[in-house]
Design a protein around this ligand. Structure first.
Ligand code: PMP
Length: 288
């Protein structure tokens, strides 16, 4: 059965889901996106993802030609049309076709695209044992250049770091900000555990405020685990008791090594495993 993709106002077969070569999303990475996940027929934190998408669009002065309610319904329709109760959804909003110049004013028809697919996880063996990370030499974009809080179609900064990770045999890489502080990974947020307390970099470290990150912070609070935002350096990761990363696709994944150094015991830690289990329970509970 061909996959169905939602394009602007209706579902079309994958082969008909096309954008213009003049679309500024393609020409300049001018657009925004979201990655969402459905569990047992329910999209996890749909409202939060839509809010972040609208905030990203607003930050680049792009008007999404649809209401959040309509887009939310389109996401659900696309999952259902592809028979996916559990799946990953990519929402892409491009600036639309224009002239061969940067000027966003000379574009029209922003494209609204919703793709539903099965979820591509990191290999189960890696996530069970815990990931090895390396620190990328590529710094996370300076917030004054391109704010990491905008989930834009311009992901080359992250891709450059991802390449460095892969060249070192890792599936993820740690990115530092322009001040040398820990920011995040290429597509995941990062947490450490020290003395029973959970720490994660604040938004002004130059990160995307992950929806999974927010859910994990809430779960920690509910479990009586002290959790706070703090400026972290690699020193804090090298000397942490535990470390893990979070993301819509990854969920909660232990990190056991950074730059060839073991973190804690070099195995997934107890607080990481507790929060991982709590996260799995939350997403499968049917809570919105
Ligand atoms: N940081 C970056 C750069 C990302 O691309 C993502 C994935 N969207 C995340 C963090 C994790 O965010 P979320 O939990 O909302 O998927």
């Amino acid at each position: 059965m061909p996959r169905l993709v939602f394009m602007n106002d209706r579902l079309v077969p994958e082969a008909e889901a096309r954008v213009s070569v003049f679309d500024h999303g393609l020409l300049y990475g001018d657009g925004v996106f979201e990655g969402l996940r459905a569990y047992a027929g329910r999209v996890f934190r749909l409202r939060e993802h839509l809010q972040r998408l609208w905030a990203s669009a607003r930050a680049i002065c792009l008007e999404i030609p649809m209401t959040p309610e309509r887009l939310g319904a389109a996401i659900e329709e696309t999952l259902a049309a592809n028979g996916l109760a559990d799946g990953y959804v990519r929402v892409v909003i491009t600036r639309g076709a224009g002239s061969l110049g940067l000027d966003p004013a000379r574009t029209r028809d922003p494209q609204v695209i919703v793709i539903a697919d099965t979820i591509a996880l990191y290999p189960a063996e890696l996530t069970a044992k815990g990931l090895r990370l390396v620190t990328a030499a590529t710094q996370r974009s300076h917030p004054a250049a391109l704010s990491p809080r905008i989930k834009s179609l311009n992901y080359l900064n992250n891709i450059m770091a991802k390449l460095e990770g892969q060249q070192a045999g890792c599936v993820e890489a740690l990115m530092l900000n322009h001040k040398g502080e820990v920011a995040e990974c290429t597509a995941d947020n990062v947490f450490v555990v020290r003395g029973g307390r959970l720490l994660t970099p604040p938004p002004d470290a130059g990160i995307l405020e992950g929806i999974t990150r927010g859910a994990v912070m809430e779960l920690a609070l509910a479990a009586g685990i002290d959790c706070r935002e703090a400026t972290l350096t690699r020193h804090d990761l090298y000397t942490a008791d535990e470390c893990f990363i979070t993301g819509t696709a990854a969920e909660v994944v232990p990190v056991v090594e950074l730059d060839g150094r073991k973190i804690g015991t070099g195995t997934p830690g107890p607080i990481t495993l507790r929060l991982q289990a709590a996260f799995h329970a939350l997403v499968r509970s049917g809570a919105p």
